[in-house]
Design a protein around this ligand. Sequence first.
Ligand code: GLV
Ligand code: MG
Length: 349
Amino acid sequence: MKLPREFFKPLAIGAPTPIRELPVRPERMIHFFPPQNEKLRAKVPDMVTKVDVLLGNLEDAIPADAKEAARAGFIEIARAVDFGHTGLWTRVNALNSPWILDDVIEVVGAIGHKLDVIMLPKVEGPWDIHYLDQLLAQLEAKHQIAKPILIHAILETAQGVNNVEAIASASPRMHGMSLGPADLAASRGMKTTRVGGGHPFYGVLADADPNAPDAPRTLFQQDPWHFTIARMVDACLAAGLRAFYGPFGDFSDAPACEAQFRNAFLLGCSGAWSLHPSQIDIAKRVFSPEVPEVLFAKRILDAMPDGTGAVMIDGKMQDDATWKQAKVIVDLARLVAEKDPELAAAYEF
Ligand code: GLV
Ligand code: MG
């Protein structure tokens, strides 16, 4: 275990100092696009105005013979577009794949100063994070990148789930984690071919009626992801990171997608992946700051212009600490409002 005083030191001479607090940013949806596709690349400037995070996917779903085109396409579009407050992320290939080294070296070398987060798939333990952490520090030093590139782990193997706390606290470069239900189901030997959501056979059977023991009984479906999401949320939030639900594969079932996203939101997740444009609005609905919460937070800021002292609002005491909580909510709501005129009106900005 690294000594506390070493933890926040740069891992390479000339690399930027690691951050201590994550930047306040809306991350309601991490929108995936396949960067080798020219038509979808052309839509990126418009997408930037609609989503909180845009992620160029280099890993699964990109065919082996398109891996290099995806990497080149991502670099091209990242260079060309101004992302403003929209997060620019990439999902690189797994650490044991033939592509990862060039993914990291080429992407960071070309557009590292614009890249916010690298999503690392199939993370098994803290050793995976340490490897990427060191490599990124070397590349940041080499390319004189001023802002540390953060790491987001996908929790999608049984071993990764076993090591989830150690992964969360492996480096100050950690941004958070996403649940990867497809790979995790395969790794665990779960008997499902679905990507997220419930399963008709996973449930609890209502008790038999003693007066009619042979009468049909209802099976109440349960959420097979509940345990892992809660475990991931505890590990992330305890370490000051953010937790995310990952992909929902059935694009034709919007209500089921919304239910899965809402379960994750209620358990503590900040956002989810959108793999299809229709899932962007679902994520916005589920993960935006609550209107009454924002309006109350604005009242706190108005009542304490310099953030000190104590006031009573609706019988509740407010002081420097609640002022800081209110500021986080209002800052986030302002960023959300820039993307969302309807919410801007509801938040009364
Ligand atoms: C995502 O990568 C998943 O495997 O579900
Ligand atoms: Mg996966």
